[in-house]
Design a protein around this ligand. Structure first.
Ligand code: PLP
Length: 388
């Protein structure tokens, strides 16, 4: 049924037997930097590449401060803790996201609340957020409280799905008015912008991931960004076992985490950062080809970036007519060794989050039935002799 799509995708990745969803590419100075880290003997949580990587992130995103961590999940966990999210708090997020978003909330012993997404951005819907806050919460003592549970709404964690910026400026305004800390899960959207501003820099905190399947990767890695110097200092303290600076004493002043990114990974991350804009340009070129194909394919929809947004198009996304055609498409493409994937199971349907509050998840359910991610790696066939 989908033979034409299959041969089209094959033609985009010539010479590949199995076509992955998203492969990392190491085409720059990765080996040089990793060797330099080994030669320096600083391979662990202290070293010049960790500092350099944090500077590169600040320069690239425009954020004031960056704190590198072992992965995106730990970055999110630490950001929530530094924001003061604690036992018994509630945190609003979206049901259509990777499980790590809710896990990080649960690590703080806080309760996720799942609010609907927009169909076009696939990220948290400002209207749904506002409706939830207007009808289910009240303002008291300078904070928002859930009228049913009496708990504080401590934070809101929207996610930029598959690299597409959500309506983050509207979400920021809603949170600001109600004194709710905004933490952006920008794990998938490094390099994506809204009105020219980088996703991850609209909230009090933003986090990015450098896992193997992300736009750029350092094996495992994450980073927290913020414009607040004191919060950044606390994030660094908390992620480095909360050890007070001293030339020889082991003084720790709170329960800290061993979340610091090792210098070896940071070496890889620095080399990858140098290629980020080139990777995004290459990926956007692939998107343009996909878009043209699917626009004349009839009943398969293609998710485009929104007006005023630039998406990094981490994963290209098609929208199938219904769940049945989605399943056929997944079956046929995967049988043909083309890796395609459905959306994540909505988080409120997972056993550990089944009892969480939700609020009219129509769009999330509609999308979950129809989303398919298609191969989106940087294409080597389009390198045109480029060297770094
Ligand atoms: C990848 C990802 C994370 C977690 O990042 P890791 O580096 O894998 O821990 C968190 N949230 C979202 C939405 C992600 O896609």
């Amino acid at each position: 049924m989908y033979d034409e799509v299959i041969s089209f995708i094959r033609s985009l990745f010539p010479g590949k037997n199995f076509i992955h969803l998203h492969e990392p590419r190491f085409m720059g100075r990765e080996k040089e930097y990793v060797n330099a880290a080994i030669d320096s003997t600083f391979v662990s949580s202290v070293g010049e590449f960790v500092n350099r990587f944090e500077e590169m992130i600040c320069e690239y995103t425009g954020a004031g401060y960056a704190v590198a961590t072992v992965n995106g999940t730990s970055a999110l966990h630490a950001a929530l803790m530094v924001a003061g999210v604690a036992d018994g708090d509630e945190v609003i997020t979206q049901p259509l996201t990777f499980v790590a978003t809710a896990n990080a909330i649960a690590y703080c012993r806080a309760h996720p609340i799942f609010v609907d997404v927009d169909r076009d951005t696939m990220g948290l819907a400002p209207e749904a957020l506002k409706k939830f806050l207007d009808t289910r919460t009240e303002q008291a003592g300078g904070m928002s409280r859930n009228k049913n549970t009496g708990r504080r709404i401590a934070a809101c964690v929207p996610m930029h799905t598959f690299g597409h910026p959500c309506r983050i400026n509207q979400i920021a305004e809603i949170c600001r008015k109600r004194n709710i800390t905004l933490i952006e899960d920008a794990a998938e959207s490094l390099g994506s912008t809204l009105h020219g501003r980088q996703t991850g820099t609209f909230g009090r905190f933003g986090i990015y991931s450098f896992n193997g399947n992300k736009t750029i990767s350092c094996g495992g890695g994450g980073v927290i960004v913020t414009d607040d110097q004191a919060l950044a200092a606390h994030a660094k303290h908390l992620t480095t076992t909360a050890k007070k600076p001293h030339s020889y004493l082991y003084e720790h002043d709170e329960v800290g985490f061993n979340y610091r990114m090792p210098n070896l990974n940071a070496a890889l991350a620095c080399a990858q950062m140098e290629q980020l804009e080139f990777f995004i340009a290459n990926k956007r070129q692939l998107t343009a080809v996909y878009k043209k194909f699917f626009e004349k394919s009839g009943n398969i929809g293609f998710v485009n970036e929104q007006e005023n947004a630039r998406s990094n198009y981490w994963l290209n996304t098609v929208i199938m007519p219904d769940r049945k055609t989605r399943d056929t498409f997944l079956e046929e493409t995967n049988n043909a060794k083309i890796m395609t994937r459905p959306a994540w199971n909505l988080l409120h349907s997972l056993p550990m989050y089944a009892n969480c509050q939700t609020d009219g998840l129509k769009n999330a359910e509609w999308l979950a039935d129809r989303i398919v991610n298609i191969p989106s790696s940087v294409r080597c066939s389009e390198l045109q002799g480029r060297v770094f």
